[in-house]
Design a protein around this ligand. Structure first.
Ligand SMILES: Nc1nc2c(c(=O)[nH]1)N[C@H]1C(S)=C(S)[C@@H](COP(=O)(O)OP(=O)(O)OC[C@H]3O[C@@H](n4cnc5c(=O)[nH]c(N)nc54)[C@H](O)[C@@H]3O)O[C@H]1N2
Ligand SMILES: Nc1nc2c(c(=O)[nH]1)N[C@H]1C(S)=C(S)[C@@H](COP(=O)(O)OP(=O)(O)OC[C@H]3O[C@@H](n4cnc5c(=O)[nH]c(N)nc54)[C@H](O)[C@@H]3O)O[C@H]1N2
Ligand code: SF4
Ligand SMILES: [Mo]
Length: 869
C-alpha cells in the first residue's frame, strides 16, 4: 500500500504526515515543519477516520434529501433574503480548519457576489488580536518568525502558550535545542504552572492580563540600559518616543510578580540579542489582547530584534489553516491576499479581478456581533462551515438561542451530531481530512498540500465544491465554475499578483501557472513566491514595513487598571494535550480519550479549602450567564484566585460542561476577539448523592445530572453522578449503560455505600457499573479491559485489578498506550529518568508529548521512594 504525503489537520505547526488508506500514519521525514516527528494527536489520526457518526448525505429538517433539493433550497433562501432584506441580512461563519481553496470560494461568493462582508471566522476567537497588532505595527499581517529561530535563539520567551500540549512538535524542537545547547534559556509566562513550564529556567506566574505591564517594564529597561537600536529605529520605526514615554514609570505591582522575578526576566531578555518571544492565546484572548501584542512587538522593534536569525516576535497559530484563512481574507474586515476591505484601491483591484457585480464596501460583522445580529433578528440566513459555535463562542447559551432565532440556517460538517448541527435546518456533508485535497499555511508561512488517501464517503463533497455549487445556483455560473481545487488555487495565486503590484506582502503569483500535476506534487513552499523573483526568505530585518513610507509603528501602551475580581474567582480556559476543540474527531480515538476522560476544574489548594471542595468531588461552577459541573482537581500548579477548565466538552460528551456558557462575550475593542480566558465565577460543591463509573459495549449518552462519556477500546466509558439514590440500582445501571437487555448481577452494600452491577449475556461481559456515596475508586482501565471478556461477573465486580489484568491507570503515553500506574510501578522499580522509562516501557520515546508528565510522575514518586530506601 503506498503512502500519501499530506499535512496534519490539527495545530498550526503544520506537520507533514505519511498516510496510508488503512489508516496508518507516520511523520514525514522530509517536511520542514516536523522532520518526521508527530505528537500524540497526529500519531492517533488513524483512529479518527472511521465512518462512525459521519454525515454522509445532505439533510433538510433531519431528512436525507440528496444534493439537488438541499442546495436549491440553500441558494433560494439566501437569494430571497438578499432580495428582500439586502446583502447584509445573510452571513457565513467559517473556520481556520477550512482549506485555502474552500476559504477562497466562500470569500469570493459573499464579498464579491452577494455583496456583503458578513463573513467571519473562528480565527476571530483565536488570532484576531495578533492580526490587529501586526497590522498596527507592520502595516500588514505578516509573521516574521521561522521555526529555525528556536535553534538559533539564546532566550525563548513563551507568553500565554502551553506549547507542550498545544504545539507539541515545536515544544520538542525547543527541548532538543536546549539539550544540544544548555545555554539556551526558556522563560514561560503563564498564570498556571503548565506542562510547558517543566522546561522553563524561569516560570512567571503572571497576574491574569498582567502581560502588557510586564512588557512595558521591559521597554522601560531597554531604554534605561541603552539597548534601543538607534540606527534601526531611526531608519525603520515611527512612534518610539511616545511608546517609551508611556512605558516609563510602569507599575510593577500590575504583574503580580516579585521584584526578583521581574529582574530575572529583564536581565535575560536584555542580556542577549537573540530573543524569540513566542505568544499565543494567553495574549490574544483578552480584553487587552491587542495591547499585549503591541507591547511585545514594541520591545522587538525598539531593539531591532526582528526578522534576523534567532530573534523576533512570533505569534504561533492555532488551527492548521489559521494563516491561510488570514491570507485569503476570511475575516470580516479583510480582503483576499492581505488586501484591506476599507481601502478603495484594494477593493477596486479585487472587484476588477473578480469581475464582481456587487462588491462589499464596508467591514462585516465580527463573530460576537454577528451572533448578536442573529439574536436581534437582523440575519435571515446563516451558513456555518467547519466550526461549532454553540460550544466555542463565548456566552454559548445565548449563541444557541441566536442560531435558533435565524429563520434559515445551514451547517457544513463531517459528523452528524454536534451541538451546532442540532440547531440548523440544513446539514451538508463535507469530505474530511484524508478525503479532501487542497492547501494550508502553517505558523511560519509554509504552504503545504493536504492530499486525499481515502475515497469520499457516501455523498460527501469538498467544501469548496459545495460553496461553488451554491454560487452557480444563485446565478453566477461562470464565476464559480471551478472544476478542481487546483483551478481554485490558480485563480487565488493569480489574484495575489494584484496584491504584489499594490506593494503588499502576500504574493504567490509564481504559483499561478501550476498545472494540475505540479499542484498535486507541490512540495512545502514558503511564501512569498513572486513571479520571476526569489521566494521565501525573511521579512523586516532591513525594515520594509507596509505602512506608507515603509516604517513600522510602535504603540504607546497603557496597561489596563486592575479590576477587582469581585466575590468570585477568575476562570481561565484552554486546552488539554490529547483533545482537539469540541472533540468531534479526537473524541473517537480510544487512545486519546484515556488521557483526560472527563472535564475538570484545576484549583489551588487554598481556594479549594475556601470553597469547601475536596479532590475528585464535583463542583458547580456558575455565574449569572450559566452553570457547569466539573471534577475538582486540586493542584498547586493553579494560581491562587484563578481556576482553569478545558474548553473541549460539549452536550454530546458531557451533561453540563460547556465552559463557554460561563464566558462573557466581552471583546478586545480593537480586534473584536473575545476574552475567553477571563470569566468571573463562583464555586460550590455539587451535592452528589452518589458517584459512579460505567463502562459499556453500547454507546452511552450523557443523561444523568452529571455524566461525561469517552471512547475506550472496549466501547464507551462514563463518569456519572446523581443526586438521589435510585430505587433500583439495576434499572439505573441499565439506563446509564444503555443495556436494556442481558442478565444482570448486582452487588449492594447499603451500609458501606457501595453498589455494583454487571450486565452480561452468554457468558460475556457487556457492561460494568460501579457506584458509591464517595467518588468511586475502582481500577478503571482494568474494568475497561474486562468488557467483551468471559470474566465471571462477580469477579469483575470486585473492581480491583487482578494479577493478569493489572490497573494501567489514566493513559499518559498515548503512542504506546502506557498508563500512569504502569509508569509508577516502573519508577518504583528503579526507572528514575524519562529516558529510563522510555527504555523499559517505551513511554515518551515516540512523539515525546508526554515527557513533561513522565517527569512529573518521577518527581512525585521518586523522592518518597528514595527517602525510604
Ligand atoms: N491539544 C491541543 N492542541 C491544540 C488545540 C487543541 O484544541 N488541543 N487547538 C489549537 C488552537 S486552535 C490554538 S488557538 C492553540 C492554542 O494554544 P495555547 O494558546 O498554547 O493554548 P491555551 O490552552 O488556549 O492557552 C495557553 C495558556 O494561556 C494561559 N493564560 C491565560 N490567561 C493568561 C494571561 O493573562 N497571561 C498569560 N501570559 N497567559 C495566560 C493559560 O493558562 C494557558 O496555559 O492550540 C492549538 N493546538
Ligand atoms: N472558552 C474558550 N473558548 C474558546 C477557546 C478557548 O481557549 N477558550 N479557543 C477558541 C479558539 S482559539 C478556537 S480556534 C475555537 C475552535 O472552536 P471550533 O472551531 O468551534 O471547534 P472544532 O471542534 O474544531 O469545530 C470544527 C467543526 O468542523 C467539523 N469539521 C472537521 N473537518 C471538517 C471539514 O473538512 N469540513 C467541514 N465542513 N467541517 C469539518 C468538525 O466536525 C467540527 O464540528 O474555539 C474558541 N473558543
Ligand atoms: S504538533 Fe501534533 S497536532 Fe500539531 S501539526 Fe504536528 S502532529 Fe499535528
Ligand atoms: Mo484557535
Amino acid at each position: 500500500m503506498t503512502s500519501v504525503k499530506t499535512a496534519c489537520p490539527y495545530c498550526g505547526v503544520g506537520c507533514g504526515v505519511l498516510a496510508k488508506a488503512d489508516g496508518t500514519v507516520s511523520g514525514d521525514p522530509d517536511h520542514p515543519a516536523n522532520f518526521g516527528r508527530l505528537c500524540s494527536k497526529g500519531t492517533a489520526l488513524g483512529e479518527t477516520v472511521s465512518l462512525e457518526g459521519r454525515l454522509l448525505a445532505p439533510r433538510v429538517d433531519g431528512v436525507e434529501t440528496g444534493w439537488d433539493p438541499a442546495l436549491d433550497l440553500v441558494a433560494e433562501r439566501f437569494r430571497a433574503a438578499v432580495e428582500e432584506y439586502g446583502p447584509d441580512s445573510v452571513a457565513f461563519y467559517v473556520s481556520g480548519q477550512l482549506l485555502t481553496e474552500d476559504y477562497y470560494v466562500a470569500n469570493k461568493l459573499i464579498k464579491g457576489y452577494i455583496g456583503s462582508a458578513n463573513i467571519d471566522t473562528n480565527s476571530r476567537l483565536c488570532m484576531a488580536s495578533s492580526v490587529a497588532g501586526h497590522k498596527w505595527a507592520f502595516g500588514s499581517d505578516t509573521v516574521p518568525g521561522q521555526y529555525a529561530d528556536f535553534e538559533e535563539a539564546e532566550v525563548i520567551v513563551l507568553v500565554g502558550s502551553n506549547l507542550a500540549w498545544c504545539h507539541p512538535v515545536l515544544f520538542q524542537r525547543i527541548v532538543a535545542a536546549k539539550k544540544a545547547r544548555p545555554g539556551l534559556k526558556v522563560v514561560v509566562i503563564d498564570p498556571r504552572r503548565t506542562a510547558t513550564a517543566k522546561i522553563a529556567d524561569l516560570h512567571l506566574s503572571i497576574r491574569p492580563d498582567g502581560d502588557a505591564a510586564l512588557f512595558n517594564l521591559l521597554l522601560e529597561q531597554i531604554d534605561a540600559r541603552g539597548l534601543i537600536d538607534a540606527d534601526y529605529t531611526a531608519a525603520h520605526v515611527d512612534g518610539l518616543g511616545d511608546a517609551v514615554k508611556a512605558a516609563h514609570g510602569s507599575d510593577r505591582a500590575m504583574t503580580g510578580l516579585s521584584d526578583t522575578e521581574i529582574d530575572q526576566f529583564l536581565d535575560l531578555w536584555c542580556g542577549t540579542d537573540k530573543v524569540v518571544t513566542l505568544y499565543s492565546q494567553g495574549v490574544n484572548q483578552s480584553v487587552c489582547g491587542t495591547d499585549k501584542v503591541n507591547a511585545i512587538l514594541n520591545c522587538h522593534l525598539a531593539t531591532g530584534r526582528i526578522g534576523k536569525p534567532g530573534c523576533g516576535p512570533f505569534s504561533i497559530t492555532g488551527q492548521p489553516n489559521a494563516m491561510g484563512g488570514r491570507e485569503v481574507g476570511g475575516l470580516a474586515n479583510m480582503l483576499a491576499c492581505h488586501l484591506d476591505l476599507e481601502n478603495a484601491d484594494h477593493r477596486h483591484a479585487v472587484q476588477t479581478f473578480w469581475a464582481s457585480p456587487a462588491m462589499a464596501d464596508a467591514p462585516g460583522l465580527k463573530a460576537v456581533d454577528l451572533f448578536q445580529a442573529c439574536a436581534d433578528g437582523k440575519i435571515k440566513a446563516l451558513w456555518i462551515m467547519s466550526t461549532n459555535p454553540a460550544v466555542s463562542m463565548p456566552d454559548a447559551d445565548k449563541v444557541v438561542e441566536a442560531i435558533r432565532a435565524v429563520p434559515f440556517t445551514v451547517a457544513s460538517d463531517i459528523v452528524i451530531d454536534t451541538d451546532t448541527n442540532r440547531l440548523v435546518d440544513v446539514l451538508l456533508p463535507a469530505t474530511g481530512w484524508g478525503e479532501k485535497s487542497g492547501t494550508v499555511t502553517n505558523s511560519e508561512r509554509c504552504i503545504s498540500r493536504q492530499r486525499a488517501f481515502l475515497p469520499a464517503p457516501g455523498q460527501a463533497r469538498p467544501d469548496w465544491d459545495i460553496i461553488a455549487d451554491v454560487g452557480r445556483r444563485m446565478g453566477w455560473h461562470d464565476a464559480f465554475d471551478f472544476a478542481s481545487e487546483a483551478e481554485v488555487f490558480r485563480e487565488y495565486a493569480a489574484l495575489s499578483s494584484v496584491s504584489g503590484m499594490l506593494g503588499r506582502d502576500f504574493d504567490i503569483s509564481g504559483l499561478a501557472d501550476l498545472g494540475d500535476q505540479a499542484y498535486d506534487a507541490m512540495p512545502p513552499t514558503y511564501w512569498p513566491v513572486p513571479r520571476n523573483a526569489a521566494s521565501g526568505g525573511r521579512f523586516f530585518a532591513d525594515g520594509g514595513f507596509y505602512h506608507p513610507g515603509g516604517k513600522a509603528r510602535m504603540l504607546p501602551i497603557t496597561p489596563p487598571d486592575r479590576k477587582p475580581v469581585g466575590a468570585g474567582l477568575r476562570l481561565n480556559t484552554g486546552r488539554v494535550r490529547d483533545h482537539w476543540h469540541t472533540m468531534t474527531r479526537t473524541g473517537r480515538s480510544p487512545r486519546l480519550g484515556m488521557h483526560m476522560g472527563e472535564p475538570y476544574l484545576e484549583i489551588h489548594p487554598e481556594d479549594a479549602v475556601s470553597a469547601g471542595l475536596r479532590d475528585a468531588e464535583l463542583a458547580v461552577v456558575e455565574n449569572p450567564r450559566g452553570r457547569v459541573i466539573l471534577r475538582v482537581l486540586i493542584t498547586a500548579k493553579a494560581q491562587l484566585g484563578s481556576v482553569f477548565a478545558p474548553m473541549h466538552w460539549t452536550d454530546i460528551t458531557a451533561s453540563q460542561s460547556r465552559i463557554n456558557a460561563l464566558v462573557d462575550a466581552v471583546t478586545d475593542p480593537v480586534s473584536g476577539q473575545p476574552a475567553s480566558k477571563g470569566a468571573n465565577v463562583t464555586l460550590k460543591q455539587f451535592e452528589a448523592g452518589w458517584y459512579g463509573f460505567a463502562v459499556s459495549a453500547a454507546p452511552m449518552e450523557p443523561t444523568r445530572p452529571y455524566a461525561a462519556i469517552a471512547r475506550c477500546k472496549s466501547g464507551w466509558r462514563a463518569e456519572v453522578a446523581g443526586v438521589r439514590l435510585p430505587e433500583s440500582w439495576e434499572s439505573e445501571a441499565r439506563a446509564v449503560l444503555n443495556l436494556p437487555d442481558g442478565e444482570a448481577s448486582v452487588v449492594e452494600d447499603p451500609a458501606g455505600g457501595v453498589y455494583r452491577v454487571a450486565i452480561h449475556h452468554g457468558g460475556q461481559l457487556l457492561g460494568l457499573f460501579f457506584a458509591a456515596c464517595e467518588p468511586v475508586t475502582v481500577a478503571r482501565s482494568a474494568a475497561v479491559a474486562l468488557i467483551g471478556t468471559e470474566t465471571p461477573p462477580m469477579a469483575a465486580l470486585a473492581g480491583v485489578a487482578g494479577a493478569e489484568q493489572p490497573d494501567r491507570g489514566a493513559t499518559i503515553c498515548a503512542c504506546f498506550d502506557i498508563g500512569s500506574e504502569q509508569i509508577r510501578r516502573s519508577i518504583s522499580d528503579g526507572a528514575r529518568t524519562v529516558d529510563a522509562l522510555g527504555a523499559c516501557l517505551g513511554a515518551g520515546s515516540n512523539c515525546g508529548s508526554c515527557r513533561p508528565e513522565l517527569q512529573d510522575l518521577i518527581d512525585a514518586v521518586a523522592p518518597v521512594k528514595m527517602a525510604a530506601e
